[in-house]
Design a protein around this ligand. Structure first.
Ligand SMILES: [Zn+2]
Length: 149
């Protein structure tokens, strides 16, 4: 067993190894492959498989690559992209959006909803039609809303 690990270590010496971008590519490749398997059109399914194979091949190529400088550059670009994307914040926004949508649907007969233009607070209003001025309970901003129907 130790000899296998030692062989592996010697083989991977001076190679990039599995970094975050590799893991991301492997997962993305499997997701593309999995999504493709649900598509009933053969040509499209083959396209998805080919794309998945390319993505996974690139992940393996990166892990085995000896061009550490280039691989580190890709890894840095990937990390700064993920930082900009801010996945936890994105997930939080999607959850809030879904919660607001269910609230809107549940109370569609009795209430209307608006967001504060200053702070983005989600506000529940009575259904009274017409123009009306409001004060945001969170930030105190005065603004008018128009409820048409
Ligand atoms: Zn506000």
């Amino acid at each position: 067993m130790n000899r296998i690990i030692e062989k592996y270590r010697r083989f991977m010496y001076n190679r990039n190894g599995i970094d975050r971008l590799c893991v991301f590519l492997l997962i993305a490749g499997m997701l593309v492959k999995g999504t493709g398997s649900f598509i009933p059109v053969l040509g499209v399914r083959i396209g998805f498989s080919a794309a998945a194979a390319l993505i996974i091949a690139f992940a393996v190529y990166r892990a085995l690559s000896k061009n550490l400088y280039r691989r580190q550059y890709e890894e840095d670009r990937f990390n700064s992209f993920m930082k900009k994307l801010n996945l936890p914040l994105l997930a939080q926004r999607i959850r809030a959006g879904l919660r607001h949508l269910t609230l809107r649907l549940k109370q569609i007969r009795t209430h209307r909803f608006r967001t504060c233009p200053a702070c983005g607070e989600f506000l529940r209003l009575s259904m009274k039609r017409g123009k009306r001025s409001l004060t945001c309970p969170r930030c105190g901003k005065h603004f008018t809303v128009r409820i048409i129907f």
